[in-house]
Design a protein around this ligand. Structure first.
Ligand code: XMP
Length: 320
């Protein structure tokens, strides 16, 4: 059982010193790889790793084709300013072909996990002769995976999977005792700007978690655009997390006087402290209407926009 450190009792300086020492001890000599997505968890893990290992940490951003608009370049530029060199690894084809034809949510997650850890990282690790992968798994990721609610893409040992045997490297997880509120505190103490430490959570499977049914380039284009509009519109709300989801079912709509059997976007916006439970934000109707109109105007083929009003539980934050 992983021992939780609650945000109230977290001393960030002590935590940082301890984790930096632990990373150094686990790694010993040689190179370690770490995957940065620009989310709070991986950003904090990256900075801890850099404090511990300096140039012996190779930080990569995996461009899996499932990321938000402009994300790889934005993240790499931000970390460059912090003195962290980020390599962008193009693996889009690999991920999209692994996802081809898959509609079941857990199978999608599994395809992403295998492509990420076995194929792409397996190759990177072999290339750089690294023995370890450093990553920002947090306690909430483990809870839900172990409870069988959602298989978070980054959880292994708690499921009885030995990464060394399965992928050929070991995994170092310095944030495993923390939940999101604590990770943000550590991020702030490490010098992340508010834009990063206060960033809304974004799931490891990225936009694939926001497409119901098969993930295709066309659907990714739609959900990416809807995500961008939604994030811009709702960033001032102070909500814990907000997102656009692309549904699989089409509905009859009309455009320019003609029938348009089009796509449906569902908006979700959550109030939550640590993602374990969440309630839909009581958004002003005007905000919702403006958001819906922007989506309908800017994304061809979308004819329906809905707002989710079910709480978690029984809902979950992501739809997939
Ligand atoms: P759910 O949808 O389970 O989400 O209520 C709880 C929190 O976790 C994020 N999430 C994920 N994060 N890999 C991740 O790294 C995943 O597979 C995953 N699924 C959900 C979600 O965005 C929310 O903040």
């Amino acid at each position: 059982m992983t021992k939780e450190i609650l945000a109230e009792s977290l001393n960030t300086e002590t935590f940082i010193t301890e984790k930096v020492n632990e990373i150094r001890q686990s790694v010993g000599e040689g190179t370690t790889i770490n995957a940065l997505s620009g989310g709070v968890d991986s950003s904090v893990a990256t900075l801890l790793g850099h404090r511990a290992l300096g140039m012996r940490l190779r930080t990569v951003f995996i461009q899996n084709g499932l990321m938000r608009e402009g994300e790889p370049e934005k993240v790499a530029a931000f970390f460059k300013d912090l003195g962290v060199k980020v390599e962008i690894i193009d693996a889009e084809e690999e991920f999209l072909s692994a996802l081809k034809g898959i509609t079941d949510p857990e199978e999608k997650r599994e395809a992403i996990t295998q492509t990420f850890y076995k194929e792409v990282f397996g190759r990177l690790v072999r290339e750089s002769k690294a023995l370890h992968l450093l990553q920002g798994t947090i306690l909430t990721d483990i809870d839900e995976t172990v409870a069988g609610i959602k298989r978070q893409h980054n959880v292994f040992e708690q499921l009885g999977i030995n990464p060394q045997e399965a992928f050929g490297y070991s995994i170092i997880e310095p944030l495993i005792q923390l939940r999101k509120d604590s990770v943000r505190k550590v991020g702030k103490a490490l010098g992340l700007t508010e834009e990063y430490y206060a960033r809304i959570p974004f799931p490891g499977p990225a936009l694939a978690a926001r497409i119901i049914g098969e993930v295709t380039r066309e659907k990714l284009g739609i959900v990416r655009k809807a995500t961008s509009i939604t994030e811009k519109r709702l960033c001032e709300t102070g909500a814990f997390q907000y997102m656009a989801i692309l549904h699989e079912d089409r509905v009859t709509g009309m455009r320019d006087g003609k029938r348009d059997f089009g796509r449906q976007i569902e908006i979700r916006c959550w109030d939550s402290v640590d993602a374990r439970t969440a309630t839909p934000t009581n958004l002003p109707y005007e905000t919702l209407t403006k958001l819906a109109n922007e989506i309908l105007e800017q994304i061809a083929g979308v004819v329906s926009v809905t707002y989710n009003i079910a709480a978690k539980p029984p809902s979950t934050i992501e739809a997939v």
